[in-house]
Write a protein that binds this ligand. Sequence first.
Ligand code: MRU
Length: 352
Amino acid sequence: MIETLKWDPNEERLILLDQTKLPQETIYRPLETLDEVIEAIQALRVRGAPAIGVSAAYGLVITARGINQTDFEGYMAALREKADRLKAARPTAVNLQWAVECIMGRLQQMDLHAVENIPGVILKMAIELHEDDRQRCELMAEQGQSILPPKARVLTHCNTGFLATAGMGTALGVVIRGHERGMIERVYADETRPLLQGARLTAWECQQLGIPCTIICDNMAGALMKQGAVDLVMVGADRIAGDGSAANKVGTYGLAVLARAHRLPFYVVAPFSTFDSRLPSGDLIPIEHRNPEEVLRVMGRCSVAPDQAEAWNPAFDVTPPELITGIITEQGILKPPFDVAIATLAKLQPGI
Ligand code: MRU
């Protein structure tokens, strides 16, 4: 499987597969400063909630190496200020804040005095988070097998495979494992306007792995379901509130409504690092709004609207718990009522 991101130990930098260039070009970019990491996250060179979290962890190593302060207090204050900037790069995917806070919280509990040791300590934690995400993906892929009917035809939205995580993926990870076991007949990939993560990235991932995949425009999902061509819908999430509401790429909510109208199961696949039980309701999830130009042009190039046209461009929407059949996690499938299931999970997994 192609690596989405890796740490270069010789040059001490983060190497990212630039997803804005896919599927035409496979270009790896070295990132050596905090500003470059923030730019890569904001421009979606790296995207997908878990992949953003792991990139931010390595971003913190780069940041820590760039701080010149020699006194401990001054160093930690500078690190905290830069960590806050990193956390704010994109607002919706909670994995970004989770990864940065995980590292900053552990640092605070350690008995560190020599500032020169700190970057090495952070690097060790970033490598652990990277491996941790890979393992979470494996576990979710296994857990998800029980909901796949034979010859499953799965409709998905955005991109949730190895490009979006440090492992095999969330929703697409379940499909990939199912395909290895002969359970998948076809993936239907919503193209995912405006930035086409489904057409550009999910279809490309499926091609790499030999999984039959058909791209549809987002507005074709209802017609496809009505024909009886879909067995279930499976998507990822960027943040799941305490009531089970799931923020994911804009268009997910519409798919959930359609799935309910056609009596199809609608599953969300997400690791614990995507849960945010500090927020009791989905209404509290911050939604990123991006440049309207993304709607008015296709991939920044061809204009598809009259000059001066206005556009609305929320990057995510929130699917309410009553439209979700189950949430596939690394330790099992949560079922409604999700507030109870998540509260139980939060007791077992402090920090979610
Ligand atoms: O704006 P993006 O491309 O980062 O949005 C990604 C998604 O919406 C994914 O579905 C989500 O991160 C969960 S799957 C890893």
